[in-house]
Design a protein around this ligand. Structure first.
Ligand SMILES: Nc1nc2c([nH]c(=O)n2[C@H]2C[C@H](O)[C@@H](COP(=O)(O)OP(=O)(O)OP(=O)(O)O)O2)c(=O)[nH]1
Length: 343
């Protein structure tokens, strides 16, 4: 779980200068990311960061990003999308960093400002470079989150064998993040569901995938999983310190469920709760119409983008998502896609 103190856009509350920065998460198809070492003539000399710089008056984030990457690295950006906007308070200023994923560019990045460059694999820690700027650590951690999140819908004991076969296919195809969520389990009840959860967990682990458990399941199961995924209402209660029924909201979540923390969100208030709890990511939707919410129109991509922009943490799009929508999701600020049927 991440440090919950980094709320976005606190303004100039501490009386410190507030600066806006566009930073490029320049990704090669193999997942490696480009880091730069700050030159001697800038603040924080010698520290490693993502290439980028301050917005000039009247510039959008993507305009500033394109200008900075041309000036610093001599590349032309051809494919960039907003990712996470994150605010960090330094001793002397407050910096709001709009991290953008860059997957297309023309030219070979080269040092134009006397900085040093290195392509690193973010999944290999510690990274083979010197210290990172404090606000550069979260995006490198977020890059270790898969971009597809599969949620189970087994239904009951009768469907388990067929589901495990489907899960095997998804894991073989590269799915590395799964959520066990069975709010309406049919069969012999909780005991049966617990056995199914353990089967799903074992199968995920055989593939090196992580499996979270939804907070609709007993808190006593949570520590077995690779993390917990809180329903929106549970996250709001916990963020407010109100005990949820059957759960001890006063016990720190990290001690009940070590590992990843995901939160479901439908509104800005839900995303605020996710951030307050230090969630690793949120799942926001539903975006497009989906059979799991018949008759309820999706929020659409424009609203999704607006909410995700202020979330301050990685956001998965849910509702009508599939491989075919991943590019759209990224264009609108999503970290990735989540779903039951087509992930
Ligand atoms: N580019 C970049 N800046 C970062 C990162 N993490 C982080 O805390 N920062 C902070 C450091 C600085 O306070 C600020 C960026 O300012 P900068 O001095 O590099 O901006 P700039 O390139 O426009 O430079 P200048 O006009 O001041 O010379 O953001 C990061 O990963 N990338």
């Amino acid at each position: 779980m991440s440090d919950p103190t980094h709320a976005p856009a606190p303004g100039d509350a501490a009386g410190k200068p507030f600066i806006r920065v566009a930073a490029g998460v320049i990704l090669k198809p193999d997942g490696s990311v480009l880091l730069g070492r700050r030159p001697a003539d800038k603040p924080w000399p010698g520290w490693w960061e993502l290439p980028g710089g301050k917005l000039e008056p009247g510039e959008t984030v993507l305009e500033a990003l394109a200008r900075e990457l041309k000036e610093e690295l001599d590349i032309e950006v051809t494919d960039a999308s907003p990712w996470v906007t994150y605010t960090h308070e330094y001793p002397k200023n407050i910096v709001q960093l709009a991290f953008c994923q860059v997957r297309g560019w023309v030219g070979e990045p080269r040092c134009m400002e006397d900085q040093q460059l290195a392509w690193v694999d973010p999944s290999r820690t510690p990274l083979p470079v010197g210290p990172l700027l404090p606000a550069t650590e979260p995006p490198l951690r977020w890059l270790r989150l898969p971009d597809r999140y599969l949620i189970t819908a087994i239904g009951g004991a009768d469907g388990l064998a067929a589901y495990l076969a489907r899960l095997e296919k998804a894991l073989s195809a590269g799915v590395r993040l799964v959520q066990f969520r069975e709010p309406a389990w049919a069969g012999n009840g909780a005991e049966d569901a617990h056995a199914a959860f353990r089967r799903v967990l074992r199968q995920c682990r055989r593939h090196g995938a992580r499996c979270l458990v939804n907070s609709c399941h007993p808190e006593s199961w949570w520590a077995e999983a690779d993390g917990v995924h809180l329903r929106a209402a549970d996250a709001r209660l916990r963020a407010a310190g109100v005990p949820a029924s059957g759960a001890d909201a006063t016990r720190p979540l990290q001690s009940v469920a070590p590992g990843l923390l995901g939160v479901s969100a439908h509104t800005a208030a839900d995303l605020d709760a996710a951030r307050a709890l230090g969630a690793d990511f949120a799942v926001l939707g539903h975006v497009l119409d989906t059979p799991s919410h018949p008759g309820q129109a999706g929020m659409g991509w424009a609203r999704f983008a607006e909410l995700a922009r202020d979330a301050g943490l990685p956001v998965f799009a849910i509702g009508g998502q599939s491989e075919a929508t991943l590019a759209d999701a990224r264009r609108h600020g999503a970290h990735g896609i989540a779903g039951i049927r087509r992930i």
